[in-house]
Design a protein around this ligand. Structure first.
Ligand code: ATP
Ligand code: MG
Length: 395
């Protein structure tokens, strides 16, 4: 009987690390970096910043890192803190969220020796008690000052490090996902404050590696605002996959799960061309395709049969949503962009009122991408096709 174990493709969240495709250079750098620290006490880890546009795999990479630490390395621990606007508004909330996440996650994320688990539990209890007393007693006035912090992040992390190191831990990896929220929602000087903490920890011998992710277009701003901050990190930009990467995204989950479906080469190429190698779209198409075809070989004919309904589904779940999140003025701009013959354009190509503010907002909404100074494109050509259809429909 043909084995069918269910649909391994899932486009609405980070990829399961066992299906993680490609990004070899980045994974190699990470592994070597950690191994060097494990092998020698004199090595300080390099921090890493991962930059990428919408849906290109930033969060997935962090989960893959965490999986590598868990399955391939000993005496390490890690934490992933997804930043969101509400935890970036104030230094105290930020520090508290990070330490809370540390205590919550590392006992479950790493196979740790009993002694270490016990140390962590003890520290966690001390932290909870301290938090209750200090945070609830802190005067309201001081709490309103966004910079003011009763939680001393460096001291807490250092204290924790010393305890863990004496129990044999070699490196702690702290991952902050979507660092741009610190820039857009954070207190003044938030990046400087974080830099100071990272430097102080490193100078005092705590071997924490910080891995942060952020949107590509905000990096120049981060660099300008806090140049010494960006200097602390080894920078990696992740982008759409090449054809081999696309092939791996498609074939790896099938191989890993022993699913007996064969996708023909021309279909893989077609998916690559349609999606431009964008991981979200590849996974979305594969999920729908496997929902329709559960065994055998998927050739061009079968793909073409399914394709119109997949596009329909994408339109309903993604493109329509994208369009809805734009304001009236932004929609007008989007539709004007769809009318241009060119995929790459400048704000002055769009007639009417000044476009620079609108372009900025569309970038923040991840609908526009800046490709070089003054030059932009829509985040994906499939979205351009959708806008062209809309335009036709409204005529
Ligand atoms: N290396 C990879 N291998 C396989 N699938 C991937 C990979 N990277 C990303 N994906 C797929 O792409 C989609 C988006 O990934 P992810 O959420 O990690 O991106 P992101 O850059 O964090 O997105 P966002 O900008 O929304 O935060 C997911 O469906 C995930 O399954
Ligand atoms: Mg993400």
């Amino acid at each position: 009987m043909t084995k069918m174990t269910g649909n391994p493709f899932y486009a609405r969240g980070a990829v399961n690390p066992k299906y993680f495709a490609n990004r070899d250079e980045l994974l190699r750098f990470f592994r070597e970096n950690v191994e060097e620290c494990i092998n020698s006490k004199i090595v300080r880890p390099d921090n890493i910043v991962i930059l990428g546009n919408w849906g290109v795999g930033k969060t997935s990479t962090l989960y893959k890192f965490s999986d590598i630490l868990h399955n391939e390395m000993e005496n390490t621990f890690s934490v992933i803190l997804p930043l969101k606007p509400s935890i970036c508004t104030n230094a105290d909330i930020f520090a508290t969220s990070l330490i809370d996440a540390l205590f919550r996650q590392y006992s479950v994320s790493t196979p740790l020796k009993d002694k270490i688990v016990e140390t962590i539990r003890e520290e966690s209890r001390v932290w909870e008690k301290w938090k209750l007393e200090k945070l609830s007693l802190s005067p309201e006035l001081k709490r309103r000052d966004r910079r003011y912090s009763i939680v001393n992040l460096t001291e807490t992390l250092l204290n924790l490090w010393n305890k863990l190191e004496s129990n044999g831990i070699e490196i702690g990896v702290i991952m902050l996902d979507d660092i741009h929220y610190l820039l857009t929602e954070g207190w003044d000087g938030s990046l400087y404050d974080l830099r100071t903490d990272i430097q102080a920890l490193s100078a005092q011998g705590a071997r924490y590696m910080f891995v942060i992710t952020g949107q590509t277009f905000l990096y120049p701003e981060m660099h300008e605002l806090a140049e010494p901050f960006t200097r602390l990190f080894e920078k990696f930009e992740i982008d759409n996959f090449d054809l081999n990467g696309t092939r791996e995204v498609i074939e790896k989950p099938l191989r890993v799960e022993g699913i007996e479906i064969k996708i023909s080469d021309d279909v893989i190429e077609r998916i690559h061309n349609i999606t431009e190698g964008h991981p979200f779209f590849i996974v979305f198409i594969m999920r729908d395709l496997l929902r329709k075809i559960k065994q055998g070989r998927i050739d061009m004919e079968k793909f073409n049969e399914s394709y119109p309904s997949i596009i329909d589904h994408l339109t309903k779940t993604k493109f329509q949503d994208d369009f809805n999140k734009a304001t009236d003025a932004e929609r007008e701009t989007l539709l004007k962009i769809a009318e241009l013959g060119e995929e790459v354009f400048t704000p002055s190509d769009i007639a009417g009122r000044s476009q620079s503010k609108l372009f900025e907002r569309l970038m923040e909404k991840e609908l526009l991408v800046k490709i070089s100074r003054g030059k932009y494109r829509l985040y994906h050509t499939m979205f351009l096709e959708f806008l062209r259809m809309m335009k036709k429909g409204t005529k």
